[in-house]
Write a protein that binds this ligand. Sequence first.
Ligand SMILES: [Zn+2]
Length: 307
Amino acid sequence: METLYITHPECRLHDMGSWHPESPQRLDAIGDQLLSSGMMPHLAECEADVAGMNDILRVHAPEYLAFLQNQAPRHGYRSLDDDTAMNPCTLPAAWAAAGAGITAVDAIMRGKAETAFCAVRPPGHHARPSQAMGFCFFNNIAIAAAYALEKHGLRRVAIIDFDVHHGNGTEEMFEHDDRVLMCSFFQHPLFPSTLRDTGASNMVNVPVPANTPPEALRAIVAEQWMPRLKAFAPEMLFISAGFDAHLEDDMGQLGLTEADYAWITRQLVQLAAESAQGRVVSMLEGGYNLSALGRSVVAHIRALSKM
Ligand SMILES: [Zn+2]
């Protein structure tokens, strides 16, 4: 079955200034590499439905939504912190990015696809229930996972985050929620420098120092993630797919390459085949070296679609 490729034109219009690494060109780089690699004709392209208010409110506070609406500028930029800013198109892009995950869940649950990749921005995994941070406004992967649990009645879902940064917002939203198992590795210390020792047994979030070799990261996947994921037997997998742990990405100091992203993705696709009827929703998070990002997404999608 084809992999769905979901995006939305609004996602390209959000911009935080020409200096900012979280740029619209990231989506162009992904699209270009999918075309030049010959992958695009094998994907089922689809435009995201915009998220509904209730979908956002499953993980965010109503006051936070009102705050964002108040902050949204009519012209120019409005900074929310040192590296997170809004332009007039930010909120429409954020609603579309969140909606992409919901579109993916619906399509997969209706049997139209087994797997989906959402090429969306702004990214989401740093967004807290009531705070934008780290280029993120709405926590897209959390919104999609909560939707699958509540709207489709799934009992267990897994969230896997291989971005170089800690998915602090996602962890905060689901710690102690037994319906969710979250597995990640992340460079530490590094933004957002959150190490939450909450004792939550549903969090397998493994901090690693700078320059941890790819073999050690694969070992974390094989020895720490996979046994827990297999025992949990998720009914759907959600991937916070950040590609800033790439060797060529200077946002972090880890050394993953396309082959590693393909290998990690194959482990997850195999697990999904065992317990989740193959269902995987992957959503773009970080990844700022445009060439490495595009190539890595191609490798990731190739593995998602078992090509
Ligand atoms: Zn990141």
